[in-house]
Write a protein that binds this ligand. Sequence first.
Ligand SMILES: N[C@@H](CCC(=O)N[C@@H](CS)C(=O)NCC(=O)O)C(=O)O
Length: 263
Amino acid sequence: MLYLYHGTTSVCAIKARLALHEKGLEWDGEILDLHRGDQHRPEYLQLNPNGVVPTLVHAGRVIIESTLIIEYLDESFPDPPLMPSDPFQRAQARLWMKKIDDYLHAACSTVTFAIAFRQGLLKRTPEELEARFKSIPDPAYRERQRLSVTQGIAAPHVAPAVKNYDKYIGEMEATLSRSSYLVGESYTLADLAATSYVNRAEMVAMDGLWSNRPHVAHWLERVRARPSYDRAITDYFTDADKERFKFPREEISHKVGEILQVN
Ligand SMILES: N[C@@H](CCC(=O)N[C@@H](CS)C(=O)NCC(=O)O)C(=O)O
């Protein structure tokens, strides 16, 4: 039995759900309310000491880290394959995923909290907010989240995050001008992982990043047309989630544009 601990809008959990749906696997799971702090419950920390989702449990064994989870699923359930068979192409697919783990994920979390989640969090009392920050195990992540929430898009680490997003999408555009997918002509884990982050960029009004990048726009249309997209992403969004992503889109889009104009 495959059992996934996940969150409704979590970009990393979406990677795991996309892989499960692309593979047509039967699975069960529990949705943690990350806004309530379910990820910090002692029994969950036993499974994932980082206090984050996703966590996969398969045959009683625990796998954490979304990139490792999707590779594990691909290796354990080879059909249909989501990694190329050629070793060089496999390395290319891993490089796209490594860049997400190295910098795009942090950028994504920064813009998500600074643009969308801060509004809800700022309604909490200072004591409640402090308790939330204190419960984040990783000190660097804790400080980033504190700044994103308290200062919003003006926080000093937001501009580098937006630029990192721009860098990744720019690299996607260059590659997709030469091939249909990020690695060659077939959909792979590289596309699956990127889907979650490009989708999030749109949710936080950063879709201007591909307004002049037609190959990314066309790729996004194609990955969204896959049945896994609704089943793993949109079907999970609750009314409360949709509320969290309501903010003055034009204003944010304009500020993102200004950030990108400054070198
Ligand atoms: N490197 C980890 C990152 C996991 C992560 O940051 N998950 C986020 C959701 S995408 C989370 O659970 N955040 C909980 C929190 O913000 O307290 C992975 O890829 O699994």
